[in-house]
Design a protein around this ligand. Structure first.
Ligand code: PEP
Ligand code: MG
Length: 324
């Protein structure tokens, strides 16, 4: 098998100096699962479940969700799958929930912050996920976490729900609990969180929004929303290093992962699990195979010491010309 054909065969690629990298897919519907494996995905790093809940008058019941999650796990045939619990509020509305009108929805009532109030919806999804794990190992990921108290609550909830299923003689397979790192406070609780979690995934879309304090959809502040900014790269590097030091598996599932210019910087950070839109997987794999990690680490240092995003881009472009 030639290395060149690897991207489309769904095989994990190696960088030029032999570091394995997993390139995973982001999906929003269970029916997409089959297709992403045909496009070379090594797994699914983010299944956004909001679509299952959107534009309908009632939340999907446990059985409907169980079928959808099981279908994805069956398609994966043992490959890594991460399903994210409901991320509504902020920019993601929901027809059947009577949500408050807020001045600052992105800083407001969103995702994990609603789970205690809408406990039935949370529990139903958790039960469906835990039951689906019988079809293959499942990573369950929770969005918008900001505090250790939320992590402790989630940990105890998932364990209680798993225990209840066991008492009902309903089988549960292998599952792991993780969170999105998309609120900057999480950087400083990774060590403590490692007691309760197995993995984290950087959601660079929201992380950039909350780090730079600018609404990700607001055109007036778009210039501030920039993941190439040296300060943001330093933040990402610190998150990755601290997660790894704490023994937490780490991946990236924001749009940044699909930006080819970012790949050498991400490799320099040690981020070797990237999740992106399926259409970009094959070409990202091609680029990854040409990269040398040690050189990427040097490039990252240079980028972090740069004074602007433009300088970062210029350094990366020059680096890519030499590498490719
Ligand atoms: C993110 O915030 O980077 C992310 C992947 O989640 P979403 O875009 O769905 O908020
Ligand atoms: Mg997000």
């Amino acid at each position: 098998i030639s290395a060149r054909s690897a991207p489309l065969r769904g095989q994990q690629v190696l960088t030029a100096d032999g570091t394995p990298v997993s390139v995973l897919a982001n999906i929003a519907l269970a029916v997409e699962a089959q297709g992403v494996f045909a496009q070379g995905a090594d797994g699914i790093g983010l299944f956004r479940t909001e679509m299952l809940f959107c534009e309908r008058s009632q939340a999907p019941d446990e059985e409907e969700q169980y079928q959808a999650y099981s279908e994805v796990l069956r398609c994966a045939a043992g490959k890594k799958i991460t399903i994210r619990t409901l991320d509504i509020g902020g920019d993601k509305p929901c027809d059947f929930l009577d949500l408050p009108k807020e001045e600052n929805p992105f800083l407001g009532y969103r995702a994990v912050r609603m789970y205690a109030q809408f406990h039935d919806i949370f529990t139903t999804q958790a039960r469906a996920l835990l039951r689906a794990s019988v079809a293959g190992p499942l990573n369950i990921m929770v969005p918008m976490v900001a505090t250790l108290a939320e992590i402790q609550w989630l940990h105890s909830q998932f364990h209680q729900i798993a225990d209840t299923l066991q008492q009902e003689d309903i089988p549960v397979g292998e599952w792991h609990l993780g969170i999105m790192v998309e609120v900057p406070s999480t950087l400083y609780l990774l060590e403590k969180a490692a007691k309760y979690l197995d993995f984290v995934s950087i959601g660079s879309n929201d992380l950039a929004q909350y780090f730079f304090a600018c609404d990700r959809g607001n055109p007036y502040v778009r210039h501030l929303y920039d993941y190439r900014n040296p300060t943001f790269l330093a933040l990402m590097r610190d998150i990755t290093q601290r997660a790894q030091a704490a023994g937490l598996a780490i991946s990236l599932c924001g749009e940044m992962a699909a930006d080819k210019q970012m790949l050498p910087l991400l490799m320099g950070m040690g981020l070797t699990q990237l999740s992106m839109a399926a259409g970009t997987i094959a070409s990202c794999k091609e680029t990854l195979m040409s990269l040398n990690i040690q050189q990427c680490q040097q490039l990252l240092e240079t980028a972090i010491f740069s004074e602007s995003s433009e300088d970062v881009s210029a350094h990366v472009e020059q680096f890519m010309r030499v590498q490719m």
